[in-house]
Design a protein around this ligand. Sequence first.
Ligand code: TRP
Length: 332
Amino acid sequence: MKKRVVYSAIQPSGIMTLGNYIGAVKNWHELQANDNNSCIFALADLHTITVRQDPDALRRNTKSFLALLLAAGIDPSSSVVYIQSHVHEHAELAWLLNCYTYVGEMNRMTQFKDKSAKHSDNINMGLMDYPVLMAADILLYDSDVVPVGVDQMQHLEIARDIAGRFNNSYGETFVVPTGQLTKTGAKIMSLQDPTAKMSKSDPNPNAVISVLDSADDIARKIKRAVTDSGSEIVYDVENKPGVSNLLTILASAEGATIEDEVKRFKGKMYGHLKVACAEAVVEMLRPFRERYDALIADEGALLAFARDGAAKAEQIAARTLARAKDKIGFVL
Ligand code: TRP
C-alpha cells in the first residue's frame, strides 16, 4: 500500500521555543512513528529572508535548527530531513506557480498584512510571494497531509487552490494536499501574556522559553509566569488563561491529559503548579539537550545529514518539477 506523504517545514530563524517544540516538532516525531506515513521535514531558510537576516546568524541558526530536529527524534534514516535552499527545485516551481496565482489573493493573506505592518520599511516581493513558495514546497513532494499551526492554515488553503487550478488547466499534475491542524491543546501561550501565542519574536525574554534555556532559566521564567486572580487550579482558557497555559505545558511535558493534571492539583496552590511545571519541562528537555550538544559539536556529521537529505528530496522534487514543466509546454 502506498504510504501517506506527510510534509512540514519550520523556519530556522531566532530560537526554537517551547511552543514550537510541543506544538510542532513533537507532533512530527509522532507522525514519523506511524508506519503508514512517509515524512518529509524541511528547514525553510528561503522563507526566512522575506525579513532581513544577518548572514552569520542565518548560517548558525540553520545548523542549530537541524541539530534541534535531530535531537527531537526526527530520524534521517526514516524521514527525509533537508534544508530548503539545498533543493533548487523549490525556487523554480515557485516561479511557475507564481504565474497561476493572483496578486489579489496574495494581498488578502493575513500574515502578509501583519508582516507588512510590522516591517513597513521592507515590504518586499518575497514577503508577498511567501505563500507561493510554501505551495511549491508542499506540491513538489505530492504531499497528502501537511501538519500546520492555525496561523498557517490560510497558506495551506492557497496551496490547495493553486494545485487545483493548475490541475484544472493541465490535467492531474499535483496532489491536492490536506491541512492538519496540530492538536489544539498543544498551543503554548506567552508566559507574560497568556492570551497571546508564545512567539520567538517576543521582545520580553521572560515570556518565552527557548528549548536551549538552562534549567535555572526555565524554572525562573515559569515561576514568574503571569497567573490569574483567584486561587483555584482549573482549566478555563477564557477566565484563567495563565493557569490553563501552565496546565497545558505540564500535561504536554509529562504526556498526561489536562484532566489528570487538574485532578492532581485539586486544593493545591498556583505555586505548586509552577514548581511541577518547571520540573516537568526541565526533565523533558534534559535528554534532548544532551543529544543537541553532541550533534552541534560535530558540524561535519551534521552537514552530511543535510546533504544526504537534500539528495533524497531532490530525487522526488525533480520528477514533480519536470512533470509540471512538461504540462506547461516547456521543451524538456
Ligand atoms: N510558513 C511556515 C511557518 O512559518 C513554514 C513552512 C514553509 C511550511 N514551508 C512550509 C509549513 C510547507 C508547512 C509546509 O510556520
